[in-house]
Every structure is written in C-alpha cells, then in structure tokens.
Ligand binder design. Structure first.
Ligand SMILES: [Fe+2]
Length: 175
C-alpha cells in the first residue's frame, strides 16, 4: 500500500485552498474546434490550434493541422517534443517510420526533421508539446529562423485580431 496512513474518506474533496500563487487551470471544451477561426495559419496548408502557451516554462501545447501538400519546414529541436496523432498520418523526410492515427511519438533533443503528409491523406491533426524552440534550418543546418512560445503568442494575437475574436482571445491559453 503506497499510503503510509489510511485515508478515512477517499471521496472527500481536498479541503484547503490551493496555493495563492498557483496559476489557473485551462479547460478547452472542444480542442478540435468547429470554429475555423480558432486555427491559426502558420504556412500554406499548415495551421495550429493553441491549447496552452506556456510562457513561464517555455513550451507550447497545440494541435497541428496539415492538409494535402502542406509541409512543416525543416527544423531542429534542442529540446524534446511529444506528439499524439489524432487524425490522418504523417512522416518525416528524415525517418522511415509513419506516424499513424493513434500513434504517440517522442522526438529527442537533437532531432532535425521535415514533416509531410503522404499522398491520399486529406488532413492530419496531431497534438504536440513543443519545448523551447523550433529552429528552422536549410538542409545543411544553416539557420533560417525560429519559433518559440513568444512568437506563437504573437501569431495567435495577430490572427485572432484579424478574424474578429480580438487579440486578447489568446490570453486564455497563456500561462
Ligand atoms: Fe518538429
């Protein structure tokens, strides 16, 4: 038994206040949204749906959606990435495996890859946790640009303002 003492009332909720400095939770009722405006364009046929933009720890949780000929440009990860494929399938040009619907993927620090959707797949949606930065490079590693949680927040604010939701619509995802 892992507990040192018996819990007399396992169903009694915790009775004390949470730490006053704790951040608020985030609950997104429909993570795959019906409202198309919630998809933030990031490249041709590539969008992301923010869920948690964690500026305090430098990561972001999002749904990535890629349709048909969309490509997520070649980039390096200095920190780990976790992914769960919700719809469709995709692969990296640098690996021979396919991320199928239902797959979990761990991408270790040091990965450099280019995400493509194979022929015949109209759409893929994958839940990704991306830590730190995505560092865009040419095929020989020359830096071309980067994204981090702050550039993601900027993209969200600009997009939500442009589609009429207001720049501060992004605030609910920021911690
Ligand atoms: Fe990546």
């Amino acid at each position: 038994m892992p507990l040192e003492q018996v819990d007399a009332d396992p169903l009694m909720p915790y009775q004390l206040p949470f730490p006053p400095d704790a951040l608020a939770e985030i609950v997104v009722p429909k993570a795959i949204p019906d409202d198309e405006r919630l998809w933030v364009p990031q490249a041709e046929n590539v969008w992301f749906r923010p869920l948690c933009l964690n500026r305090s720890q430098g990561y972001w949780m999002n749904l990535l959606r890629v349709r048909k000929s969309g490509v997520l440009s070649r980039h390096r990860h200095p920190q780990a990435v976790h992914g769960l494929v919700l719809r469709g399938r995709w692969r990296y040009l640098e690996h021979d495996w396919m991320a199928e619907e239902g797959s979990y993927v761990f991408e270790p620090p040091g990965e450099t890859h280019t995400l493509v959707v194979p022929e015949g797949v109209p759409e893929m949606i994958t839940y990704f946790q991306v830590n730190g930065v995505m560092y865009y490079v040419d095929p020989w590693g020359k830096p071309l640009g980067f994204e981090d949680v702050f550039t993601k927040i900027d993209l969200c604010r600009a997009h939500f303002a442009a589609v009429g939701l207001g720049a501060d619509y992004a605030d609910q995802f920021i911690r």
